[in-house]
Design a protein around this ligand. Structure first.
Ligand SMILES: [Zn+2]
Ligand SMILES: [Zn+2]
Length: 367
């Protein structure tokens, strides 16, 4: 991957705002570095304060020999193409949890990969994420009437289940292309693995989603070691944070979570903590239905983290740099995110934008 030219360690590039010709590969910093491919949180298409539609949550970690994708929200495919990342160099995909704003573009990645990556070298792309929660979630206490939820499974499946049914849903396309074009079937491209959580003592998807635990080793190769811990994104469970250890720095990604001891333990001493953030006071009213409005606010209070609390997590975990992403709502101006975070955190701080690149090991730009 060390082929895009060298730039200053302190330099931050934005693929949209730079002078980069759209037909040329942008200049990337030396690996390892991070690309915040998508920075909006939530299941919708949203404009930021500048009027730009942001991509859903997605991050790339670029190392010496390839790159790794963490989450795959809407717009990820376009973002990785604009960032000059080739599927030929993709060494692993890690999904924090199965909310749609983290996996909406997984279908296009799975369907397009056979045309962008050969299986001739025999290696499949590890696609690793949560297993089944084991039973259905509980209905909000805000609901005033019981409804039959006939379309909802009593045991929602995990990532392997999702992949299997995604391939089934697109079988007309896959049948045609594998027979007529002789393309590889997606199952020959991806090695799909549910993270095993059943042995974590005390875990219950409805009562105890993030019991104290030792991080799980979920992946290792020449460039990275990846560990996972259960975080507090109730009722979405299992939901994970990931810690990537490289030879030249450590990056922890929170996934979606409320303030969580497991995350503090996982992130301890990281060079970079990429944390989600929500500003409840800035949320616009989305739903006329009062029950849905109240239930949604309940979820946001319980399952996400304010910028000042993200600062406390960074402080407690003694990380070097804090990057906020998964911004909800993303229309909030950057200076507001910064001032809210500065109530608790005085270290290096980045409010991420789509397709920005950041060195891991150096004191990256502080807002
Ligand atoms: Zn999310
Ligand atoms: Zn979520």
């Amino acid at each position: 991957m060390r082929n895009q030219g060298k730039t200053s360690s302190y330099e931050v590039h934005n693929a949209e705002s730079s002078q980069t010709d759209r037909n040329e590969r942008p200049t990337l910093p030396e690996p390892p570095h991070i690309i915040t491919l998508g920075t909006a949180g939530g299941p919708s298409w949203q404009k930021d304060a500048a009027g730009t539609v942001r991509n859903g949550t997605s991050t790339a970690l670029v190392t010496e020999n390839g790159w790794y994708l963490i989450d795959c929200g809407q717009g990820t495919g376009r973002a990785l193409a604009e960032s000059g990342l080739s599927l030929k160099d993709l060494r692993g995909i890690f999904i924090t949890h199965l909310h749609s704003d983290h996996i909406a573009d997984l279908s296009s990645l799975v369907l397009f990969a056979p045309f962008m990556r050969s299986t001739s070298n025999g290696s499949r792309i590890p696609l690793i994420g949560p297993g089944s929660r084991g039973k259905s979630s509980l209905r909000s206490e805000r609901a005033t009437k019981r409804e039959a939820i006939s379309l909802t499974s009593i045991n929602p499946g995990g990532l392997e289940h999702l992949f299997k049914h995604l391939v089934m849903a697109f079988e007309a396309d896959i049948d045609d292309r594998t027979n007529d074009t002789l393309a590889d079937h997606p199952s020959r491209i991806f090695d799909v693995r549910d993270i095993a959580h059943s042995h974590v003592p005390g875990f219950d998807p409805n009562e105890n989603v993030s019991p104290p635990m030792h991080p799980l080793l979920i992946f290792q190769d020449d460039d990275v070691t990846v560990e996972a811990t259960l975080v507090s994104h109730h009722p979405m469970a299992p939901a994970y944070a990931f810690r990537f250890t490289t030879s030249d720095g450590i990056v922890t990604i929170s996934g979606d979570t409320g303030p969580c001891k497991n995350l503090v333990d996982l992130a301890r001493g990281s060079d970079v903590l990429i944390h989600e953030a929500i500003l409840l006071e800035a949320l616009p009213r989305k739903f006329e239905n009062q029950e849905m409005h109240d239930a949604t606010l309940d979820h946001h209070r319980r399952a996400h983290t304010s910028p000042s609390d993200a600062g406390l997590v960074a402080l407690e975990a003694e990380v070097k740099t804090l990057i906020l992403h998964h911004l909800v709502p993303v229309a909030v101006p950057e200076d507001i995110w910064s001032s809210e975070t500065r109530k608790t955190w005085n270290g290096p701080l980045i409010i991420a934008q789509d397709c920005n690149h950041y060195q891991i090991k150096t004191p990256i730009m502080s807002c």
